[in-house]
Write a protein that binds this ligand. Structure first.
Ligand SMILES: Cc1cc2nc3c(=O)[nH]c(=O)nc-3n(C[C@H](O)[C@H](O)[C@H](O)COP(=O)(O)O)c2cc1C
Length: 423
């Protein structure tokens, strides 16, 4: 399968918008326009990775304001743009490791691009080498002189509006940019640079909703269509299929993370992790878990005092911005009408183990690291956290952005723990 990389260009200063912030950061449907654009591109399962080009000075800001509030499936790397759009695209292209795949180049201020359009462009680029989405011009076109009078009517039958994402074979668009750079040529889009090579650029049908938000009027129009449109994107994002193949990667790649950046975790990510607990299977659906979300530095400090210094997790407790304290209501899991049903007694450890795995996988999927901590003074932690009688405090799970990711520890071979039919 051909790899598809999307370059999203958002390095502009948004001069036409007359707003305090560059246009790509203005809010649309509760999120920055650029976050919306990222979600729209990420919703297309054929897109393997995303390169986001922003002004160099905005990289930290973008991580917090644009990337943190959203959950993306595709890995995103951010790179610094140039003074002009073309230079920004050039930087994005230069950051791509390989040449033999398809590149999509998309404006950061086109949040309404649909999965079907992106697919049409990718498919056509595979056949034709270069492709753009476009719409035939419908209005009558007039050439007008400086005095405001019509000079003539222009034949519009062959005129199309060019949109993005423009899709190219990577080598071709890299060559086109190299040549434009050598010749000192600046084009208004990337297709033009291919045209200069004498190569054909195919046009597929775009969409009237895929507007470029550059003026205050565009923003008003965008707000008018945002509500209905984002509903359809959100439901496309929720379609399970596209994530299923990634699940094994999430399981394979998760590591116990003990070192964290001091960056806060956005509340909606915590919410998504708690949702993963909510959906965890449990004995007869008893859901014996209780979760304490600890962010208070003093409480974290007190929890740390319950952990032996020899535990490699000792420093993680205060370094992590969030500690989830997993507690369990006793006498429910493994019980039927208050009577223990198996020789193992209370199954709370089992259900909490599943919840802990949900937390670790969800955290990893959201770009966070986690660590399950089991070795500490549980009675002391229970006091620190004010956990009532009848409920046990079982494990602490640290959460945060990893500052160091360890290599995987050696695992037993599958054949060592798998038995066919009988032990
Ligand atoms: C129930 C449980 C308790 C754990 N307790 C601790 C702990 O107290 N301190 C620590 O550093 N790691 C702890 N870990 C993390 C394990 O050491 C880690 O998961 C294991 O080495 C495998 O590494 P990985 O998670 O990177 O795949 C615990 C893991 C589990 C499942």
């Amino acid at each position: 399968m051909t790899t598809v990389s999307a370059i999203i260009v958002a390095a502009g200063k948004g001069r036409r918008m007359n707003a305090a912030a560059p246009k790509q950061y203005l809010v649309l449907g509760g999120l920055p326009i650029l976050s919306r654009t990222l979600l729209a591109v990420d919703a297309c399962p054929e897109v393997d990775d995303i390169c986001l080009v922003v002004p160099g000075s905005d990289i930290d800001y973008c991580r917090k304001a644009v990337l943190d509030p959203i959950c993306l499936r595709a890995p995103v790397k951010m790179i610094a743009g140039g003074a002009q759009r073309q230079e920004s695209v050039y930087n994005g292209l230069s950051s791509l490791a390989s040449d033999d795949h398809i590149v999509l180049i998309h404006d950061g201020v086109r949040p309404f691009v649909g999965i079907d359009e992106i697919r049409r462009c990718i498919d056509a680029a595979k056949i034709h080498g270069a492709c753009i989405p476009g719409l035939p011009v419908i209005d009558t076109l007039k050439a007008v002189d400086d005095g405001g009078d019509i000079i003539r009517t222009i034949d519009r039958s062959r005129l199309w509006h060019a949109q993005t994402p423009q899709a190219f074979q990577c080598r071709l668009i890299k060559d086109a940019h190299e040549k434009a750079k050598r010749d000192g040529i600046t084009g208004t889009d990337d297709a033009l640079l291919i045209e200069r090579l004498g190569e054909k650029v195919h046009v597929v049908s775009g969409s009237i909703f895929n507007i470029k938000i550059t003026t205050p009027e565009d923003l008003k129009m965008a707000e008018a269509i945002a509500d209905a449109y984002f509903k359809s994107i959100n439901s496309a994002l929720k379609k399970g299929g596209q994530y299923m193949t990634d699940l094994l990667d999430v399981i394979r790649e998760r590591r116990s993370i003990r070192n964290y950046e001091p960056t806060e975790i956005p509340r909606d990510k915590i919410h998504a992790i708690l949702e993963a607990v909510q959906m965890t299977p449990s004995w007869a659906n008893t859901q014996c878990w209780e979760v304490i979300v600890v962010t208070n530095p003093e409480i974290k400090q007190q929890l740390q005092e319950a952990v032996p210094k020899s535990n490699p997790a000792y420093k993680s407790i205060t370094a992590a911005p969030v500690v989830l304290a997993l507690c369990a209501k006793k006498g429910t899991s493994g019980y039927y009408k208050d009577i223990v049903t198996t020789q193992y007694g209370d199954w709370f450890m089992f259900d909490l183990g599943l919840a802990a795995q949900s937390i670790g996988l969800a955290a990893h999927f959201l770009g966070l690291g986690s660590l399950i901590i089991g070795l500490y003074d549980h009675v002391r932690a229970k006091e620190v956290l004010g956990v009532p009688e009848g409920i046990d405090q079982v494990a602490l799970i640290t959460l945060g952005y990893p500052s160091k990711v360890p290599s995987p520890p050696k695992r037993r071979d599958i054949s060592e723990f798998t038995h066919e039919n009988r032990f």
